[in-house]
Design a protein around this ligand. Structure first.
Ligand code: FE2
Length: 258
């Protein structure tokens, strides 16, 4: 049987969250989606609150993944300990609260989801994401599909991990840059791959932020508290078609809702 997995790019600010609430369930119906993973680490701009995590579940997310802003809102710590559907990068060092790997029911199969963070230009303190993935895959209990959200800056690091895990995971996508890439494909050994999903947030913006505010920063002004841009939003992500016989991917399709 083919299972269709939807991965949704980083939800940015209140406008992005409201857009997700409006469009995720219709999109799930339209694309016959069985399971949805949403990256939510920018729902509060920098970080996410427990209330916003709850709203993403209500909107149709089965699992919420995070990234470099995991601890941007400190009240998320407790939620990370208690909520198995909320993942932070698995390659955080040992004392970080929460987990980076979870196994979930999806109809008649079980789906494993892994969240990893890149080190190239992003988090130099994290453990090696490549060897962390090896360890988790060696320990995993029986799952039909393994999904990876690799929250990383460098396209090279994302592609390299894609090829490193090719044939060993069902799908791997990148998050964090908020700009979608056009390289969706099934890698040679069967892993569905996309370097970056893009974001769910204001369309007229610099990665979700008011353009003028971002321009001021680059002109040399003092960094301020970033404000989400307003106006119409877009939701960006990808649908991975996964075969329960092979546990691998047959097709990847990018999606965008404006
Ligand atoms: Fe990020």
């Amino acid at each position: 049987m083919i299972y269709r997995i939807l991965a949704v790019g980083d939800v940015v600010g209140e406008p992005g969250l409201a857009h997700l609430e409006r469009h995720l369930r219709p999109l799930r119906r339209l694309k016959d989606i069985h399971f949805t993973v949403v990256n939510g680490e920018n729902a509060a701009g920098v970080g996410v609150t427990p209330d916003q995590v709850e709203r993403m579940y209500q909107a149709g997310a089965d699992v919420v993944t995070l990234g470099n802003h995991t601890f941007g809102k400190m009240q998320i710590r407790q939620r990370l300990e208690e909520d198995p559907y909320l993942l932070r990068p698995a390659n955080y060092t040992g004392r970080a609260p929460g987990r980076g790997w979870g196994v979930y029911e999806c109809g008649r199969v079980r789906v494993g989801v892994m969240n990893l963070i890149g080190r190239c230009g992003l988090d130099f303190h994290a453990e090696n994401p490549f060897t962390t993935a090896d360890k988790l895959l060696a320990e995993r209990s029986d799952v039909a599909f393994t999904l990876v959200d690799f929250h990383a800056e460098a396209t090279s690091e994302k592609l390299a991990l894609g090829y490193y895990l090719d044939g060993r995971v069902s799908a791997l996508w990148g998050t964090h840059t908020h700009v979608p890439t056009a390289d969706e494909e099934v890698l040679p050994r069967g892993t569905g791959y996309l370097t970056d999903l893009g974001m769910t947030g204001p369309a007229v913006s610099v990665l979700g932020i008011q353009p003028q505010q971002s321009i001021e920063t680059f002109l040399g002004g003092l960094p301020g508290r970033y404000q989400s841009a307003g106006g119409p939003c877009k939701l960006q992500g990808a649908v991975f078609s996964l075969d329960s016989e092979t546990r691998l991917c047959t097709a990847v399709e990018r999606v965008e809702i404006r």
